[in-house]
Design a protein around this ligand. Sequence first.
Ligand SMILES: *[C@@H]1O[C@H](CO)[C@@H](O)[C@H](O)[C@H]1NC(C)=O
Ligand SMILES: *[C@@H]1O[C@H](CO)[C@@H](O)[C@H](O)[C@H]1NC(C)=O
Length: 237
Amino acid sequence: MANQFVCSLLLLIAATSTYAQITPTIGIVGGVAAASGTRSYVVSVKDSGGSILCGAVLYNDVTVITTASCLVFLPLGNFLVGVNNGTKSIQIVANISNPDFDSDTNEHDVALLKLAESVSAEYVELPSNKPVTGSTGVLTGWDANNILVDVSETIIAADDCVSGNYGYDVDEVFASNVCGLAKNKACNAIGGVPLVSNNQLVGLLSWGNACANDDNPAVFSNIFAEKSWIESNVNNL
Ligand SMILES: *[C@@H]1O[C@H](CO)[C@@H](O)[C@H](O)[C@H]1NC(C)=O
Ligand SMILES: *[C@@H]1O[C@H](CO)[C@@H](O)[C@H](O)[C@H]1NC(C)=O
C-alpha cells in the first residue's frame, strides 16, 4: 500500500528487530497527563521484559479487548497484561482474534484476551450507538516516559472518513473502522489504545497514515461494528 501505516510500520520494524526497541522510540506527543487514579480501564500488552507493545482495555474483570494486529504482527510468546497503571502484570490464559481480521488491510482488527486473575478496575461498556461524525472522545495511551496521557479526539464515521476530505479511500477504511482526529494534533500512539466516550469504547487504534496532520485522521477499529462478535465470544474464551 502506498500509505505509511504508522502502526503497521512500527510493528514491522518490531518483527525484524527486537521488539523491545519499540517503547523508547514512540510515545504520544501532545497529550495531557491523565488525572492520577483515572483511566484504570486502560491496560497494556507487554512482553516478558516489561516493554509495552500495545494498548488494550478492560471489558470486565477477566476480559481484555485489544487489536488482532497486536497479536498477529508481534512474536507470540509470554505476553502479559499490565494493569493498575502498570503496577501489576497478569498472565494471559486465552486469546481469540476476529477470524475476519485481514492482516493486509487491518479490517476487523479486534481480539479478546482472558486474564489469569480477576482485576478490580473501571471497565468500559460496548457502544450503544454507531459512531457519529463530530462527536468527541478521549484517547488514552502512553507518552515517551510511559505516563498515561489523554488526547481529545473528534470522531469521524467511516463513510465520512472516505468522503474525499481526508485522503483515505474506500479500500482502506471500512465499515469496521472509525476515524479520529486529534484536536491538538497529538500523535504517535501505539496500536490498541482506546478511544472512549461516555465510558463506552468507541474504538481501538488500528493504524494511521500520518502524524499531526489534519488531513490524516487515525484509523480505529469500530467497536460498534465488532459488538456482536465480542458479545458472542466473550463467554467462550
Ligand atoms: C500512573 O503512575 C504514574 C507514576 O506513579 C503517575 O505519575 C501517574 O499520575 C499515574 N497515572 C494515572 C492515570 O493514575
Ligand atoms: C494465543 O493463543 C495461541 C493458541 O491458541 C497461542 O499460541 C498464542 O501464544 C497466544 N497468544 C498470546 C498473546 O497469548
